[in-house]
Write a protein that binds this ligand. Sequence first.
Ligand code: AMP
Ligand code: MN
Length: 353
Amino acid sequence: MWRFSSSQTLLNNNKMRKLASIQKIKALEPIEGADAIEKATVLGWQLVVKKGEFNVEDMAVYCEIDSLMPDKPEFEFLKPRGMRIKTVRLRGQVSQGICFPLSILPSDFAVVEDADCTDILGITKYEPAMPACLSGIAKGKFPSFIPKTDETRVQVLQKVLDKYKGEKCYVTEKLDGSSATFYVKDGEFGVCSRNLELIEDAENSFWKVARQMDIERKLRSIGKNISIQGELIGEGIQGNKLKLKGQTVKFFNAFDIDKFEYLNFFDFNKLIGELKLPIVPIVALDYELENDIDAIVKMATIKSQILKDVWAEGIVIRPYTEKIDLLLLNENFDNGRVSFKAINPEFLLKYGE
Ligand code: AMP
Ligand code: MN
């Protein structure tokens, strides 16, 4: 008998998510007080479409929010929004993403449900501009011995919910900052942004905060090859919506480099506590995963625990016991970790995302 430990399937592949794909219109419903438009359900997303343009069960090209469309006549109407597909509210209905008819595809494109059309349509992902304090000099690529941080949107994870419904999970507040990774490996301390390892310098916020929070000494005190990852938030970052003074990192991961696996929540929480470092705010403990995307998005529609009258960006849901699932890997969702996000639609509307 072969036995696999979870770490053996945790691949560090960080594939790109599908921004545009062929999807079925699952449902169409009227919107109160609107004659020209209706509400469509595609994957776990809800969006507004022109009435009569699609029928239930029709295939369409669905483009997710944050798709940056190419400058072509069929996407001309997005010019005022910088070609970016954003969350909008139309007649009181939140609409996320856009459905286009299959005719926008080249005539020889094989129409198969779920087929990725991102590249063929020339769509790229919108990325916010990097403020000066975050840009540093790269020491190199992001280290291959640590997975990059990422979370998949719950709206595309129906199969995962089908499989893990009822699983005991914890829910944290998703913070809108910049991903930070710190590690000690074989006696060397490293600091990384979302995609790069950074050379130490006086001005760069990742390094500044590492010094302020005494992270190198704390990580060395553990006495093994370890990485901790969190969200850098505060002044100068993403508009500092939580109005913090200075900058800090709130942690959400601890990773055992030698075992190539994440610590379970209990051990993560204990370790970060012992190091006297802050973790991301906790929204719920003992949450039994519901097989209901709309309910999860509703749970994400909350105010921040850091600043009570400001919308939280959303939530991140994870099982107490770390899980790696080939289902996720197979569908190109990053590294196979069962962990996902639900973004607060009110946050997206408020900040024009
Ligand atoms: P996004 O910011 O939409 O790319 O979502 C994924 C990112 O959310 C991760 O790469 C982290 O940097 C960040 N993040 C913020 N808060 C959390 C949290 N509570 N748990 C996990 N990731 C988080
Ligand atoms: Mn983010």
